[in-house]
Ligand binder design. Structure first.
Ligand SMILES: Cc1cc2nc3c(=O)[nH]c(=O)nc-3n(C[C@H](O)[C@H](O)[C@H](O)COP(=O)(O)OP(=O)(O)OC[C@H]3O[C@@H](n4cnc5c(N)ncnc54)[C@H](O)[C@@H]3O)c2cc1C
Length: 532
């Protein structure tokens, strides 16, 4: 319904009115994205590698998306992975669980993008593409303090015209939004971006030296552009402010969004990630001879005399022996697990430069339907990042009578240690501004039925300037030890795409090492041996 969602709607815009749910078809990514085609080719390449005479037994630590992706592609190459996950749930940072009422609680509000070629390819290869609920091609920012004639929060939309290819659709989206940026600001920002357009990836990487705010000043971009757009973007990309975020992160995202016609189109998973995404990945692995084991916590990596891995010790005393070992743990626990002789090696010393950033995810159940839009919303609040009414956006959490807001609270460094009640009270104050005639912090309007606060003190690595140099490649100097994880080197950010791609690259590296004879199957048993 064109023009239904509010004032200033361009004539060509096609999105649902507030409160109306509507999904859009999966975009034709294979036609419009070179990266999507490259991802399909890499999958085919991994499958086409010469079959091993004897499959490698690969022990993978961690069942986040990186560990699951590593295992999936190792089975495609004919190997036998076993995943050891410390928790009783799959997914790591995409994990979720049910509370006493059976309501799902997620570690994070997760958004998928058209520019996630390896994630989208994974959905395709698992036959679960219909589980992504694609939304209108828009980026929607709250306008704090501004209300519609009916007293609702005003939003400003960047609308990507469907009939235009990249980069024109992105440029049109920016040029046609006159509520957030003035024409002189847009022109100044456009000029600032010219080096990125002219010099491409080399320039994007060079900008890792600068924070977003420093880059803006250097390029003469008005401070207001930072305040209007990039505080919200920095918080959404890495849960920190533009004063701290590396400009490489923003340019990487902008690059993808401007180069791929559907790059910035967003999708929600249709339910909890462990059941709707991770379980199909685990099933795929197990149907092809691999295993995924929960509640198996790595406690020590034991070495041979030549410093290669001899075995893993699990909490409780089990010993795991395999031909190849993969850490798909986040960088912080990995650093704690490094055996002493590895620590002086430059490859492992680099990890000291990476550290997880704190973030808080909040779920709020209300007694009524709030007026929201079927999309991800940038709050532009000082405490909050993005939010969505999951009861509207996501089929698995659908409730036509009540809203369930899921919100990312960031930056969280000053809040992560505070009690949940304080965090909820502060969030409700922010929601008073976002829902002026529907929410009051004193509870006199919509009633808060219940809430959950999920704190992740060390989440994805903090992408401050200079971090790119510290990201390790998947192949380590230890012959039988590899790394996967969204912090490892790959051209995507610390994200679901980064994690999935890192796992694929890790599997590729192991399979190629097997073909080249650099790693060999030695144990006779068919699965990674667990010796009590
Ligand atoms: C609040 C929040 C919101 C987010 N939003 C988005 C988003 O919208 N879009 C997006 O793309 N990304 C988002 N992300 C980032 C995304 O979730 C991560 O980048 C990605 O899931 C990381 O996957 P991973 O496999 O590298 O690591 P993890 O998911 O952390 O997996 C590591 C696994 O290792 C296990 N492990 C750790 N130690 C041990 C041990 N000793 N023994 C055995 N197992 C161990 C852990 O339990 C875990 O399961 C968000 C993250 C958070 C926290």
């Amino acid at each position: 319904m064109a023009g239904a969602a509010g004032d200033n709607t361009p004539w060509w815009a096609d999105y649902p009115a507030p409160g109306v749910r509507r999904d859009f078809p999966r975009p034709p990514l294979e036609e419009t994205s070179e990266n999507q085609r490259a991802s399909a080719q890499l999958s085919e390449y991994i499958k086409s590698l010469p079959r091993p005479e004897k499959p490698l037994k690969v022990a993978i630590i961690g069942a986040g998306l990186a560990g699951l992706s590593t295992a999936k592609y190792l089975t495609d190459a004919g190997h036998e992975p076993t995943i050891y996950e410390s928790r009783d749930v799959l997914g790591g940072k995409v994990s979720a669980w049910q509370d006493a009422d059976g309501d799902w609680v997620e570690t994070g509000l997760h958004i998928f993008f058209g520019a996630y070629p390896n994630v989208n390819q994974m959905f395709k290869e698992l036959g679960i593409e219909d589980r992504l609920q694609w939304k209108s091609h828009s980026m929607i920012f709250a306008m704090p303090g501004q209300q519609t004639a009916e007293g609702f929060q005003r939003f400003s939309r960047f609308e990507f015209p469907q009939f235009l290819p990249a980069p024109i659709n992105g440029i049109a989206a920016i040029l046609m939004n006159n509520e957030m940026l003035t024409w002189p600001e847009k022109i100044r920002f456009g000029i600032g971006l010219l080096p990125a357009i002219l010099f491409g990836q080399a320039y994007v990487e060079e900008c890792d030296k600068l924070s977003v705010s420093e880059w803006m000043r250097k390029q003469g971009v008005p401070e207001r552009v930072n305040e209007e757009v990039f505080i919200a973007m920095a918080k959404a990309l890495n849960f920190i402010d533009p004063d701290n975020l590396s400009m490489t992160v923003v340019l990487t995202a902008l690059n993808r969004f401007l180069q791929e016609t559907h790059g910035s189109k967003m999708a929600f998973l249709d339910g909890p990630p462990p059941t709707r995404l991770c379980q199909p990945m685990a099933d795929y692995v197990e149907q092809r001879g691999g295993s995924v084991l929960l509640e198996k916590r790595l406690s020590k990596i034991e070495l041979n005399d030549d410093n290669t891995v001899k075995c893993l010790k699990l909490q409780g005393g089990e010993t795991v022996e395999a031909d190849v070992y993969v850490s798909a743990m986040p960088v912080d626990p990995l650093k704690l697990m490094l055996p002493e002789p590895w620590r002086p090696l430059p490859y492992f010393k680099l990890l000291d430069g990476l550290k997880g950033v704190p973030v808080i995810n909040i779920h709020l159940w209300f007694d009524r339907k709030l007026t929201t839009v079927d999309h991800l919303l940038f709050s532009r609040s000082p405490l909050l990042s993005v939010y969505a009414d999951m009861a509207l956006t996501c089929n698995g959490y659908r409730d036509d009578e009540k809203s369930m807001l899921e919100l990312v609270f960031a930056p969280a460094k000053d809040w992560i240690g505070r009690p949940d009640e304080e965090i909820i009270a502060a969030t409700m104050k922010e929601l008073e501004i976002l829902f002026p005639n529907e929410i009051s912090a004193d509870g006199s309007k919509a009633k808060l039925l219940k809430s959950h606060v999920v704190k992740t003190p060390l989440s994805v690595y903090e992408a401050t300037p200079g971090r790119e140099d510290f990201r390790p490649v998947q192949t380590s100097p230890i012959n039988n030890f590899f790394l996967a994880g969204c912090f490892t080197k790959q051209k995507y950010l610390a994200s679901m795409e980064g994690a999935t791609f890192s796992g694929k690259l890790c599997a590729q590296a192991i399979a190629e090492a097997a073909v080249a004879g650099r790693v060999k199957a030695r144990a006779p048993e068919p699965a990674a041996a667990v010796v009590a």
